[in-house]
Write a protein that binds this ligand. Sequence first.
Ligand code: GMT
Length: 375
Amino acid sequence: MRIGISCYPTHGGSGVVATELGKMMAERGHQVHFITYSMPFRLGRFHHHIHYHEVEANRYAVFKYPPYDLALANRMAQVAKIHRLDILHVHYAVPHAICAYLAKQMTGGAFRVVTTLHGTDITVLGEDPSLRDIICFGIHESDAVTAVSDDLVKQTRESFCVDSSIQRIYNFVDPRVYYPRDVSHIRPQYARPDEKLLLHISNFRAVKRVDDVVRVFEKVQRQIPARLLLVGDGPEWPRVTELVHELNLDQKVVFLGKQDEVAQLISLADLLLLPSAKESFGLVALEAMACGVPAVTSNAGGLPEVVKHGETGYLADIGDVDRMAAYALEILTDPVKHRRFSENGLKRAREQFSAEKIADEYEALYRRVLNEPRK
Ligand code: GMT
């Protein structure tokens, strides 16, 4: 198959999933064309069967806003025509699903559009009256729509796209990249042998509640020797650094900023914290499971479909930092439980969320839409 992919190429779960899926499809012999405004950060080196088409928006002075969406639709149509795309798989509804619709019209419906919803395109932007109707339009006009959890399917249907047909296809991890790595040579740089290492990775947006991470850690380190690694960057970073300072934790919290490769960092940790207010899936919780690291998370959105309460970690209500700290201490102070959760998580990641399994599901979907009459 000839597959086009559009996604947000910068740090973020949807871009990671889109890029890794493209790599899987290329390994399976499909021709994959990324159509994005910059090279997806996880693409890295040259890959056989993968092509990259950069989108550049015109910055003519008359425009208050550069017409990026039009440039993307135009590039999609060009790539579809020249490379005779069968499928255009777009990740994140806005603007990608709408641009794909436009490109399809421009090329006389030459390819099928598959849209994958990732969460904030529905749970945040879907609530914005300036976007709501066009998001719903993009969903209805796609030849197939997937969402990354049952919860996101439900929320999309219940909240605004009532009669849409949406298939759940979970996110995945590549076990060749995410596995429990031997990091004993690096760990002393981050923690003493008697200290537990807690980890949080996100884009530091308000929805991630990074201040709860710090508050949970503050309670944990009162009981046991511990350190916290914070990975990522974003709008909440200044507030979080202030809070760390206010709570007198500067010596125990390390900010690492944005990191491209997190598999090794995850393997360093004894526990992942993810107390988000919204999370359609929580890719980092799956990555942690695949590295044998238990997680304490909120029970928001799709997280209960990823983290199994009492088996691979614990879930608590959003904002319940006392409960989260108690759960964290329970896991960190009981080596038998820690090992059990770690082993359960490894098994669950491999059995339920392996890259091969999920790539099979997407491949079957592509074949199905290609066999269906044109919309
Ligand atoms: O987590 C973010 O805010 C980034 C966002 C994105 O669009 O990249 O992540 C969303 O998609 C990920 C991949 O499907 C999911 O794992 C995240 O749960 C989801 N984020 C939210 O729903 C807040």
